[in-house]
Design a binder for this molecule. Sequence first.
Ligand SMILES: CC(C)(COP(=O)(O)OP(=O)(O)OC[C@H]1O[C@@H](n2cnc3c(N)ncnc32)[C@H](O)[C@@H]1OP(=O)(O)O)[C@@H](O)C(=O)NCCC(=O)NCCS
Length: 173
Amino acid sequence: MNTLVTLAPPLERAAPPFVENAPVEIRMARMSDVRALLDLINGYAAEAIMLPRTEFELAENIRDFTVAAVGGDVVGCAALHFYSPATAEVRSLAVAPQWKGHSVGRLLVESLEKEARNYGLASLFAFTYVPAFFSKLGFVEVERGELPLKAWKDCLRCPKFQCCDEIAMIKRL
Ligand SMILES: CC(C)(COP(=O)(O)OP(=O)(O)OC[C@H]1O[C@@H](n2cnc3c(N)ncnc32)[C@H](O)[C@@H]1OP(=O)(O)O)[C@@H](O)C(=O)NCCC(=O)NCCS
């Protein structure tokens, strides 16, 4: 399931290596992407924006991951993690800093939505610090209690467990 999309020129020119009109490939992740995924996710984890992931976790869950690649380089990723026959979480969503604001995040989430529909899911959810991004994609805020209990397992190892300020959002498919 590979998709090639040519991005429209951005309103404001970003710092290199953004390449105007560069074809962005949206595809399932491969084991050879693990190193790039670690760098991308753990770069944001160092800023406490995302949960850190280990090489083992990424390899174990590589089938969850979709990546955005430009010229062979991974510039974004997102994972679809199943919780029940009806719902899955969008997690580990990250776009390389120099590619932010060029629709890569949107393409990744739309690809996960398509995948979720193919699996017959009824909804997708996310815990996020960027609710405005998810709102743009049709997600709405919900009470955390409405989400599957199992979805909290990551919280136990989160440094913000006692003072969580992430917002729970859901999209009915
Ligand atoms: C959040 C993130 C994935 C967004 O990816 P992106 O490629 O920059 O987003 P897009 O360019 O696809 O934006 C899609 C829409 O959301 C909006 N948007 C994107 N980031 C936003 C933000 N931080 N605040 C408000 N709106 C935002 C865009 O303006 C765009 O709106 P439009 O369709 O009206 O033009 C990216 O900024 C990122 O990797 N952030 C760091 C890691 C992170 O926070 N991950 C989320 C964990 S849940």
